[in-house]
Design a protein around this ligand. Structure first.
Ligand code: GAL
Length: 419
């Protein structure tokens, strides 16, 4: 279990509060987020605690639903009714959409005081800015292209972690023969899409991924490589169980924790569930890059955008929250619980496990090598409308017994044109 180093954090954050803000009226920050699973809830609690330590209050505005689609729907209605929350878990190109509406607060003052430009990888800082000004603060770096496995289940099946898709299906057959559900899956569109993007990266490679799923190049989307990706993706389906439809992602992770299932393809928020269950990597669970993606990294950066709110106390509380999020203490506490790695550069990774250290090393090496790519399934790569349109086709293909690979590829290419 992660022991949260509170005293050290409290002392330093209190000092930061004095430096950053003159004493005054405590403010409340209403925060919209969708972190409700075991690991996620512990991470949200760590954020709430940091804010309260500095005398401000956190009002939870939680919207259930992994992946955040429901949360974005609720946020839109709140903002349209003129009742925006002070902060909302918004990320990727969606930040730009909200910024264009002129409803986000400018965080440049905090960013300058805290020297964010020197703390953040440029690829991340750019996503947080609109027209050169900070309008959001990043919390972490999740890696999406992970495969999680139960070592006992693999041993029982006489199998080992697969590093290619051919090996993956051999392992899946062995698990099936041993009476173990090969792949734990939650049949929700965003989870189908999460699996799809790892297959696309593994089968097509980073250059194909960028051309097809970032640039939305029509030829790449409807071409032979996409058809190979779709065929591999659909080949996974028979290795999931009949209760997969509608299952929440963390319940799928629980199947691997309990050994009911052998493997799960999911981002490293799944590691937050293993950690919350007191499981140790290398002993109780294994982490590996999704098949064929060891030299690539699909990044998913959670971030909070601050909405324009009335009241000096609320504005100050927003700035305190933004500064606390990128403090070294919070970056350590939060990411140890969340399963992600710190977004702040040059962090001491001593307390992080081998999965996180691998992720941290790969984040740097793939950034240098051009294989660091934004997750389309988690809102980092394209505008939300195109993301959801493509996701719907991918999920329809996963669930349909009639749609051919050719039809799916051409429908994905059509969906990508959604403005
Ligand atoms: C992602 C989000 C993660 C985690 C996951 C499951 O989109 O960035 O922090 O919440 O969904 O809900």
């Amino acid at each position: 279990m992660i022991r949260i180093q509170r005293t050290h954090a409290r002392t330093l954050l209190a000092a930061a509060a004095v430096l950053l803000h003159s004493p005054g009226q405590a403010g409340e920050v209403e925060v919209l987020h969708y972190w409700t699973s075991g690991g996620e809830a512990r991470s949200a609690a760590a954020l709430k605690e940091q804010l309260e330590k500095q005398g401000h209050s956190w009002r939870d505005f939680v919207v259930m639903g992994g992946g955040g689609e429901s949360a974005m729907t609720v946020l839109t209605s709140r903002v349209k009714s003129g009742n925006a929350p002070a902060a909302a878990q918004i990320k990727g190109p969606t930040i730009q959409e909200w910024a264009r509406k002129g409803v986000l607060s400018n965080l440049d003052e905090v960013a300058a005081q805290e020297k964010w430009d020197s703390l953040l990888p440029p690829v991340v800082a750019d996503v947080m800015k609109h027209k050169g000004k900070y309008v959001a603060v990043p919390v972490n770096v999740h890696r999406v292209n992970w495969l999680w496995a139960n070592p006992e289940a693999l041993k029982k099946a006489g199998a080992k972690l697969p590093s290619s898709w051919d090996e993956f299906f051999v392992v899946a057959d062995k698990l099936k023969a041993a009476g173990i559900i090969p792949v734990a899956h939650g049949g929700q569109a965003w989870q189908d899409f999460t699996t799809f993007e790892s297959v696309a990266l593994g089968v097509g490679g980073a250059d194909f991924y960028k051309k097809a799923l970032v640039q939305l190049d029509p030829a790449a989307l409807a071409g032979d490589t996409m058809k190979k990706v779709l065929a591999t993706f659909k080949k996974i389906k028979p290795y999931t169980d009949k209760n997969a439809p509608g299952r929440d992602w963390n319940l799928a992770t629980a199947m691997v924790i309990k050994g009911e299932a052998g493997m799960q393809l999911m981002g490293d928020w799944a590691k937050g569930e293993f950690v919350a269950a007191g499981k140790a990597p290398g002993k109780d669970f294994l982490c590996a890059a999704a098949p064929g993606t060891a030299k690539a990294f699909t990044f998913n950066v959670d971030s909070f955008a601050m909405f324009q709110v009335k009241g000096a106390d609320k504005v100050k509380a927003q700035k305190v929250l933004a500064a606390a999020i990128l403090s070294t203490e919070f970056q350590e506490v939060f990411n140890l619980n969340k399963g992600s790695i710190p977004v702040r550069l040059n962090m001491n990774m001593a307390k992080f496990d081998d999965c996180a250290k691998l992720s941290s090393n790969d984040f740097v090496s793939t950034a240098k090598g051009g294989a660091l790519v934004p997750s389309i399934a988690h809102g980092m790569a394209v505008a939300p409308a195109a993301q959801v349109a493509i996701q719907d086709v991918v999920s329809l293909f996963w669930n349909s017994d009639k749609m051919s690979v050719e039809e799916a590829a051409s429908r994905i290419a059509m969906a990508a044109k959604t403005p």
